[in-house]
Design a protein around this ligand. Structure first.
Ligand SMILES: Cc1cc2nc3c(=O)[nH]c(=O)nc-3n(C[C@H](O)[C@H](O)[C@H](O)COP(=O)(O)OP(=O)(O)OC[C@H]3O[C@@H](n4cnc5c(N)ncnc54)[C@H](O)[C@@H]3O)c2cc1C
Length: 307
């Protein structure tokens, strides 16, 4: 705690906003999680780099928080987090887009649509930030964000700002280099090419929205797909096939609408979600011989909570 205090004093001296004693549930679409003792809220890439440098010197662990639409925060909470939501500049020059990590993916898709670019229409309903989407290589309907990336600007563990070319980002199914290494995504450069009538793109976005509304449990807090799809199969099909739709532990429930979603019926705890995830893995493993891998990220746990 004394170490944290010293770290925060130094951060304060740099004029960086700190929010104390924050409920993590308000930063998670699942509405689950204990408290963060401190959340640092940088307003620029330079401030992020400064925070990382100070954290490195003081050996302070920092969790990276964005829109929390793919993360399960532990009930025990965390010490310190870096909240990326204030970095949200966007610039469009011809077919090149520069956007900061904290821009909402849906907002970026709409901005581009208004300019007659339909490239990100597929991602308009993904409720994450651009940074979170780059880390996760978020995708749907056969497309992924990585396809549109030219370069990614990151801060490394030393607080150095580096520019990585697309082929250095190691994008694959719901995975990237940023999910494996301690790199903070600051900004991405995207290239657009799908020019269309703005009205037509708006219709496509609406059609995607309707599709999501009819197939996903929007009425309850959730974090999207909990498990990755195994090769040539769907996690939802396996979970449903194992008879687990509607199964409930505490206030966490396997959705009736989409078996790969776990919904929070009211006061679900992270331990409830973990217990459900373990049980699902066990049942699907026994019935189909497939060990489902989590798509959601765990934050604030001492070890992998599924083991
Ligand atoms: C209703 C619903 C529908 C969804 N549909 C889809 C879908 O169709 N396709 C899909 O791929 N996903 C989907 N998701 C999951 C989620 O929206 C995506 O994974 C999204 O890209 C996560 O972005 P985020 O900003 O919320 O990241 P978070 O959940 O906040 O973070 C995810 C991980 O990335 C790290 N991280 C975040 N930002 C940065 C950064 N700037 N630098 C370094 N690390 C960072 C975090 O530490 C964490 O480990 C859905 C979720 C919901 C709730």
């Amino acid at each position: 705690m004394t170490e944290l205090k010293g770290f925060l004093t130094e951060i304060e001296k740099c004029g960086i906003e700190i929010k104390y004693d924050q409920a993590l549930s308000q930063f998670s679409t699942w509405k689950i999680g204990g408290k963060a003792k401190a959340l640092l809220v940088p307003e620029s890439a330079e401030q992020v780099a400064e925070i990382v440098r100070i954290a490195k010197q003081r050996e302070q662990r920092l969790e990276i928080l964005a829109f929390g639409s793919n993360v399960l925060f532990s009930d025990d909470g965390i010490e310190a987090g870096l909240l990326m939501r204030k970095l949200k500049n966007v610039q469009l020059n011809g077919t090149t887009v520069h956007a900061q990590a904290g821009v909402a993916l849906g907002h970026l898709a709409l901005l581009l649509a208004q300019k007659g670019w339909g490239d990100l229409a597929f991602a308009s309903g993904i409720p994450g930030s651009l940074g979170g989407a780059v880390v996760m290589n978020a995708g749907c309907y056969g497309k992924e964000i990585g396809q549109y990336i030219n370069k990614v600007l990151v801060a490394d563990e030393q607080g150095r700002v580096l520019s990585l070319e697309k082929d250095e980002c190691e994008f694959s199914y719901r995975l990237s280099r940023f999910a494996k290494e301690k790199l903070i995504v600051l900004e991405a450069e995207l290239e657009v090419s799908e020019q269309e009538d703005a009205e037509k793109i708006a219709q496509t976005i609406d059609a995607y929205r309707q599709k999501r509304l009819s197939s996903q449990p929007y009425e309850w807090p959730n974090a999207g797909s909990v498990f990755k799809n195994p090769p040539n199969d769907s996690a939802g099909r396996l979970i449903e096939g194992a008879g687990l739709k509607g199964l409930r532990i505490g206030d966490a429930q396997v959705s009736d609408k989409h078996a790969n979603f776990i919904v929070n019926l009211s006061q679900a705890k992270a331990v409830d979600v973990i217990a459900l995830m373990k049980y699902i893995r066990q049942c699907v493993g026994e019935k189909y011989g497939v060990l489902l891998q989590p798509e959601v990220k765990f934050c604030g746990f001492k070890a992998n909570p599924l083991l």
